[in-house]
Design a protein around this ligand. Structure first.
Ligand code: C5P
Length: 234
C-alpha cells in the first residue's frame, strides 16, 4: 500500500484521536482536484476542518486521509497552518469506509476515543464535538450528530413515486461521529460493503449508537451551490 509520510512522530498515545477524511474525488463540484482542495474562503476546503480540529481542546491527535497523489499538498497545508496535532497523512482508499480502515491503522493502540470527520463538512464546531463525546461516558459505543428530516420522503423509481415513507423518527446523520476506539476497530475488522458512515458498521457489529443534535452548518459540500452557502457562513 502506498502510505503517506509521517509528519511528526508525536508522542501521543491515549486520548481522543480524530480521523479527517479528505480522500473523496468530489466529481459533482466539477473541479480538476479532490473536493478537499476546492477553494473555500481563499484556502483549500481541508484547511477549515483541519484548523478547527487542531485547535479543539477535545482533540489530541489527528490522522488525515488524502486522495492518492494529494498526500504532499495535505502535509504542506498542515505545515502552513502550523498544526501541532497531525500525526500522519495516509493515502485514502477507494471508498470512504476503506479510507477509515486505512487511517485507523495509524491511530495509536492506546487511543480511547476516535472521532471520524468528513473534510467535506468544513464548519465543525467545538460545541458539536463536545456533544458527541458526552454519551461515550454513559455506556454508548458510538455517537452520531443528526438532524430530523424536515421534508416528506418519497421512494422514487424511474421518475415516479412508488412509496411515501413516514418521516417520523428519520434523521440525517452528520459527522463528526465519536466512538470508543475498540468498538470502531471491531466494526472495521468486518465487511465494509454498503457503509456510508462509520456508525452503520458499529451498529452492524452490535454496538450501541446514540444520537445527539447535529448542526445545520455541518452541511456536506457536494455541489458548487453548497460551497457558496458554506462560504457565506464563514
Ligand atoms: O463521498 P462522500 O460524500 O461520502 O464523502 C464523505 C467524506 O469522505 C469526504 O470528506 C470525502 O473526502 C471522504 N472520502 C474519503 N475516501 C473516499 C471517499 C470519500 O476519504 N474514497
Amino acid at each position: 500500500m502506498d502510505r503517506g509520510v509521517s509528519i511528526s512522530p508525536a508522542a501521543v498515545g491515549g486520548g481522543a484521536w480524530a480521523v479527517l477524511l479528505a480522500a473523496g474525488a468530489g466529481e459533482r463540484l466539477g473541479i480538476d482536484r479532490p473536493k478537499a482542495f476546492a477553494v473555500l474562503g481563499g484556502r483549500p476546503l481541508l484547511a477549515e476542518s483541519l484548523d478547527r480540529l487542531d485547535r479543539s481542546p477535545w482533540v489530541d491527535a489527528i490522522v488525515v486521509a488524502a486522495a492518492p497523489g494529494w498526500e504532499e499538498p495535505s502535509i504542506l497545508l498542515s505545515e502552513e497552518l502550523a498544526t501541532t496535532k497531525v500525526v500522519s497523512c495516509v493515502t485514502g482508499g477507494a471508498t470512504r469506509a476503506e479510507s477509515v480502515r486505512i487511517a485507523l491503522e495509524d491511530v495509536s493502540e492506546d487511543a480511547i476515543v476516535v472521532l471520524v470527520h468528513d473534510a467535506a463538512r468544513p464548519l465543525v464546531a467545538d460545541t458539536v464535538i463536545e456533544r458527541v463525546l458526552g454519551p461515550l461516558a454513559e455506556g454508548f459505543d458510538g455517537v452520531v450528530p443528526a438532524l430530523a428530516v424536515p421534508d416528506t420522503i418519497k421512494r422514487v423509481e424511474h421518475g415516479a413515486v412508488v412509496e411515501t415513507v413516514s418521516r417520523e423518527g428519520l434523521f440525517g446523520a452528520q459527522t463528526p461521529q465519536a466512538f470508543l476506539a475498540p468498538a470502531l476497530r471491531r466494526a472495521y475488522a468486518g465487511d465494509l460493503a454498503g457503509a456510508t458512515d462509520c456508525a452503520s458498521l458499529v451498529e452492524r457489529s452490535g454496538g450501541r449508537v446514540a444520537v445527539v443534535e447535529g448542526d445545520r452548518r455541518l452541511l456536506k459540500v457536494t455541489t458548487p451551490e453548497d460551497l457558496a452557502l458554506v462560504e457565506s457562513w464563514l
